[in-house]
Design a protein around this ligand. Structure first.
Ligand SMILES: C[S@@+](CC[C@H](N)C(=O)[O-])C[C@H]1O[C@@H](n2cnc3c(N)ncnc32)[C@H](O)[C@@H]1O
Length: 212
């Protein structure tokens, strides 16, 4: 169950085309390898959120080979910083190569391991302007516990796949990933410290602005 039918989805993907050589090549590599990148529709939204919040500090959980990282990094100011995390060292190496090629690697801090543990243990008391989550979906409730403490008031948490191909609304589906997304969504929407919405972009993007 997609949010949009195929023709409209193609229209929206074409409209969002990155117009940046390295991003376009990463998109092709992701498609060829069947690697689940956020794609250009979500990428543009991430860029807009950087601009709207005037972000300088971003933490990403589950960064893959750096596609979403690059959308963010291209819009960070020269003194901006983004933390790239992935459980797979090969993804981290591939990301470093692409981000170097795109000329933004100086803004990126690379970490290999469990993203929630890395954020918990990060020796940096400053809150983040944006925390973006795209880890394995059964980890979303754990990510909720960790992320909510690390974003500044007026900043936001952004999270991908809250629609999960419609499975969140299908009562016959009860796998660990779908359960993880449902629990995350339930907890976040009941959290009075955040103002939440679910944007119907690609597979559903959650946006949670920290109020207090
Ligand atoms: C959906 S992909 C991320 C794609 C990326 N956001 C992009 O658009 O380019 C998820 C990535 O998160 C990593 N991952 C999944 N669970 C993780 C966890 N708990 N900690 C760190 N990395 C994780 C996987 O290795 C994978 O590369």
């Amino acid at each position: 169950m997609a949010i949009h039918d195929d023709r409209l989805e193609t229209y929206l993907e074409d409209l969002a085309h990155p117009g940046h050589g390295v991003l376009a090549r990463m998109g092709e590599e992701g498609r060829a390898a069947g690697f689940p990148i956020v794609g250009p529709q979500v990428g543009r939204l991430l860029q807009q959120i950087v601009q709207m919040t005037q972000a300088k500090r971003i933490f990403e959980l589950g960064s893959g080979f750096g596609y979403s990282t690059l959308w963010f990094a291209l819009n960070l100011p020269p003194d901006g910083v983004i933390h790239h995390t992935d459980g797979d060292a090969k993804n981290s190496e591939r990301a470093r190569a692409f981000l170097t090629e795109a000329g933004v690697v100086d803004k990126v801090r690379f970490h290999v391991g469990n993203a929630m543990e890395i954020l918990t243990d990060l020796d940096d008391p400053e809150p983040f302007d944006i925390v973006f989550c795209d880890v394995d979906k059964d980890g979303y409730p754990w990510a909720y516990d960790v992320m909510r403490k690390r974003v500044r008031v007026g900043g936001c948490i952004v999270i991908d796949n809250l629609v999960w191909s419609g499975k969140v609304a299908d009562e016959s589906v009860d796998d660990a990933s779908t359960r993880g997304i449902r629990e995350y969504t339930q907890r976040m929407w009941n959290d009075g410290d955040f103002l939440s919405s679910l944007m119907p972009v690609r597979d559903g993007v959650g946006l949670h602005v920290r109020l207090r």
